[in-house]
Design a protein around this ligand. Structure first.
Ligand code: G16
Length: 545
């Protein structure tokens, strides 16, 4: 009897659950960890194919479920420049994940190799890391089995934040080229951020500390590590108070009820985690489970809670970088633009277009879409309202910034800060740690507290809801997710409801990371936004069965 193909033999240890259909969603595959082994195994095979197709460039694999609860997990692939997996390959990922048997899997693998003219002689190279979830080590076993079965050279970077893995992937693939991005290890990441932070701050001083809730995820230990590289408060550095950094008990991660922590908790509940002990006007921030999102917030002197979400970070960054470019003498030479999704508060979009006079592009949810749109600008600021985003500088912009000869001391100092920001801001993906430092630098330079930041515009009251339905996949959207095209008739009902509220806007879309439909609503008053959200949720419940 002929010996079994190594891919089929290893696959037999990670059988696909027969009753499941998997889909590469907003941020890779994400589901209950208990049913993820076959998916991770197959994602490993795809990483090998992708690396071979790209002549042995290194592909990253991250095992994380980010903002999801502790018993979920997920897997996503990182392309050589640290970007999300190219869109067309998501379909291949889905096909491999759903191959009904070990033999069918080998056939699909061989077919991709043939159809895409992949040279099997090329040695694939993959790096991977995971967040702090209890299921992580078990899923790594499935990944390693795929890498070995496909003859892939691999390195396990153990525990990292998602943006750190993106950073290292890019560093490895650009090493020795003109696009060199940094030292390809965790220490290199901290050194790059801290050098840029020091350069951007110069002699500026911080007003008060910032308290960071780390969602009891991997961001906790990594932020503590980063702090070691930053100037200490006694040297005039920033005081960062770390809370919710317990990774010993994985069930605390992102916990919405008992431990109330994380960026998603803050955004959904519109209140501070109790452990942040926020005093009036003190700056607070929350990360998510893999530290690629950040939310700021503060409590005013009357104890009212104010959220400074991704829209606020985008507007702050666009405002400040635009000013810096003008002050450096590069105002005309750098086209700044902002990318948002349908979740962006209408007031933020109006502020960007009317006050900052900058163009805004709206894309579907998912950093991959925003990132792509942001590359069209010289300086592309992209943030989802949930706090996921970054600022991209195009090659042309970097050349202009780096080559420009300042004409005055004022231009020179603005240029120094701008150059430092191009190194500080993670160019591969939204990064909560890099974004934290960015916000702190801007606030220090502007001598702003959270209140001054909050006063730049007034958010329209809004509500984000989550509805579980029998099959979320029947909810199909169009127009950058702002309208439903199916189930038939649902959009007409939503439009009719929206029409009844002043400044009303609402939409529903299936989540790509959770088994739920999300409903967003905004209106002139809080009561109306809540009411509109509840009514649209009822429509969704009825349509969803
Ligand atoms: C992921 C994506 C984000 C997206 C979020 C929610 O974030 O990277 O772009 O906004 O999921 O997506 P959905 O509404 O489709 O569930 P994370 O931080 O969970 O990786």
């Amino acid at each position: 009897m002929a010996s079994q193909h190594p891919i089929a033999a290893a696959s037999a240890k990670f059988p696909k659950p027969a009753d499941r259909t998997f889909q590469y969603g907003t941020a890779g595959f994400r589901m209950k960890a208990a049913i993820l082994d076959s998916v991770v195994y197959r994602a490993g095979l795809l990483a090998a194919l992708r690396s071979r197709k790209l002549n042995g460039q290194i592909i990253g694999v991250m095992i994380t479920a980010s903002h999801n609860p502790p018993d979920d997990n997920g897997v996503k692939l990182v392309d050589p420049m640290g970007e999300m997996l190219e869109g067309t390959w998501e379909a291949y990922a889905t096909i491999l994940a759903n191959a009904p048997s070990d033999q069918a899997l080998v056939e699909a693998y061989d077919k991709f190799t043939l159809d895409m003219k992949i040279d099997s002689a090329i040695k694939p190279r993959v790096i991977f890391a995971r967040d702090t979830r209890a299921s992580g080590p078990r899923l790594v076993t499935a990944l390693v089995a795929a890498l070995e079965a496909s003859g892939t050279e691999y390195t396990d970077y153990k525990l990292l934040t998602t943006p750190q893995l993106h950073y290292i992937t890019r560093c490895l693939n650009t090493k020795g080229t003109t696009y060199e991005y940094g030292e390809p290890n965790e220490q290199g990441y901290y050194e790059k951020l801290s050098a840029a932070f020091r350069a951007a701050m110069g002699t500026k001083k911080f007003n008060g500390s910032v308290t960071v809730d780390c969602a009891n995820g991997v961001g906790g230990p990594k932020l503590r590590e980063l702090i070691k590289y930053l100037p200490s408060p006694t040297e005039g550095g920033l005081e960062i108070k770390v809370v919710n950094d317990d990774v010993v008990e994985p069930e605390r991660l992102n916990h919405q009820i008992s431990y109330q922590c994380g960026a998603d908790f803050v955004k959904t509940n519109q209140r501070a985690p109790p452990s942040s002990h926020s005093t009036p006007l003190a700056r607070c921030a929350s990360l998510d489970g893999d530290a690629d999102r950040i939310m700021y917030y503060f409590v005013d002197s009357d104890n009212s809670f104010h959220l400074l979400d991704g829209d606020r970070i985008a507007t702050l960054a666009a405002l400040y970088i635009g000013d810096l470019a003008r002050n450096a003498g590069l105002g005309e030479k750098l086209k700044v633009g902002v990318v948002q999704t349908a979740y962006a508060n209408g007031a933020s979009t109006a502020y960007i277009t009317q006050d900052l006079k900058l163009p805004v592009v709206c894309t579907p949810t998912g950093v991959k879409h925003l990132h792509h749109a942001a590359t069209k600008f010289d300086v592309g600021v992209y943030f989802e309202a949930n706090g996921h985003g970054t600022v991209l500088f195009s090659d042309v912009a970097l050349k202009r910034i780096n080559k420009y000869e300042p004409q005055s001391p004022a231009q020179s100092s603005a240029l120094d800060v701008l150059r430092a920001l191009t190194a500080l801001i993670n160019q591969t993906v939204g990064d909560a740690l890099s974004d934290l430092l960015l916000v702190e630098i801007i606030l220090a330079h502007k001598s702003w507290g959270p209140k001054e930041w909050d006063l730049t515009y007034t958010d329209l009251p809004n509500r984000l809801g989550r509805i579980e339905v029998a099959d979320r996949n029947i909810f199909k959207t169009t127009d950058a997710e702002r309208k439903l095209e199916s189930p038939p008739g649902v959009q007409v009902q939503i439009d009719a409801l929206v029409g009844k509220y002043k400044n009303g806007r609402s939409f529903a879309r299936a989540s790509g990371t959770e088994d739920a439909v999300r409903v967003y609503a905004e209106a002139a008053t809080k009561g109306e936004a809540d009411e509109l959200a509840a009514k649209v949720a009822d429509v969704v419940k009825r349509a969803g069965g």
